[in-house]
Design a binder for this molecule. Structure first.
Ligand SMILES: NC(=O)c1ccc[n+]([C@@H]2O[C@H](COP(=O)([O-])OP(=O)(O)OC[C@H]3O[C@@H](n4cnc5c(N)ncnc54)[C@H](OP(=O)(O)O)[C@@H]3O)[C@@H](O)[C@H]2O)c1
Length: 229
């Protein structure tokens, strides 16, 4: 009995103290640090490597809609046989997040929500019952992203609009920005980037130009690593 207890104490000592213990604790801390210190952790805990990706078109001067939710400036970009990589992008997506203004705009254009086969969260302050897989989310946006990232799944399509994308930037919850620049200056409307978020470096990983004059630029948001103790 004494021998067994001695062995257990030795195992405990080796595991939780000394060099082995240091690495064990560090690995444990790194894995769960978001839950210990969410306010200090600048990167989200992403064991499943699901990415939150804003995929959106805007004018050269940074507007996603003209006043009155007018998106007619996108009409000229519709070219037969060109989907700007949209299908390939959405094939890797199983969850959609969009702000209520964008959802309302979409529902005015169509009878059925186009992403009805994907889990969808409409960000709003107004409680409403879910409609199929479309959920009206009134909770904490960061918790929603954390929850999605803690589960296996595909990428998360951040459909817009500007307010929602800016809120996610404020929370450092955006992993990639796929921007489709429309060759037009609108002068006024809804801004894509509405400010009030911390500085975040971007890493360019793809550019493409299209016969319509559209240019796509894809960026990764560089996540600042916070030193663990
Ligand atoms: N060019 C493009 O590719 C493109 C893509 C998407 C959208 N758009 C356009 O962009 C416009 C909409 O953009 P937007 O910036 O006005 O709005 P948005 O981001 O679509 O929606 C804003 C709404 O989302 C809710 N919301 C956002 N953040 C929240 C938070 N942290 N907590 C609680 N609720 C939150 C609020 O809804 P409640 O008021 O219900 O509380 C808020 O009024 C539309 O005209 C749309 O057609 C263009």
């Amino acid at each position: 009995m004494v021998v067994v207890i001695k062995k257990m104490l030795l195992m405990y000592y080796l595991k939780y103290s000394g060099v082995l213990g240091y690495f064990f604790k560090k690995a444990l801390y790194n894995r769960y640090k978001y839950y210990f210190h969410p306010q200090k952790t600048e990167t989200l805990f992403t064991p499943m490597n699901r990415k939150t990706i804003a995929y959106i078109a805007c004018s050269i001067d940074g507007f996603i809609a003209k006043p009155g939710d007018d998106l007619s400036f996108l009409d000229k970009m519709q070219v037969e046989g060109e989907d700007y990589g949209y299908k390939a992008f959405t094939d890797r997506v199983d969850t959609v997040i969009l702000g209520n203004n964008t959802y309302q705009w979409v529902m005015k254009q169509v009878n059925e929500f186009p992403h009805a086969n994907k889990e969808t969260f409409v960000i709003t302050r107004q409680e409403q019952p879910s409609q199929g897989r479309v959920h009206f989310y009134t909770g904490d946006l960061q918790k929603l992203i954390l929850n999605l990232k803690s589960k296996p799944g595909g990428n998360v399509f951040i459909d817009g609009g500007g307010r929602t994308i800016s809120e996610l930037l404020k929370l450092r919850c955006l992993d990639e920005i796929h921007l489709f620049l429309v060759p037009i200056l609108l002068g006024e409307g809804t801004r894509l980037f509405q400010g009030n978020y911390p500085e975040q470096a971007l890493e360019l990983f793809e550019t493409r130009s299209f016969s319509s004059g559209m240019v796509s630029v894809k960026y990764r948001v560089v996540k600042a690593q916070v030193e663990s103790h």
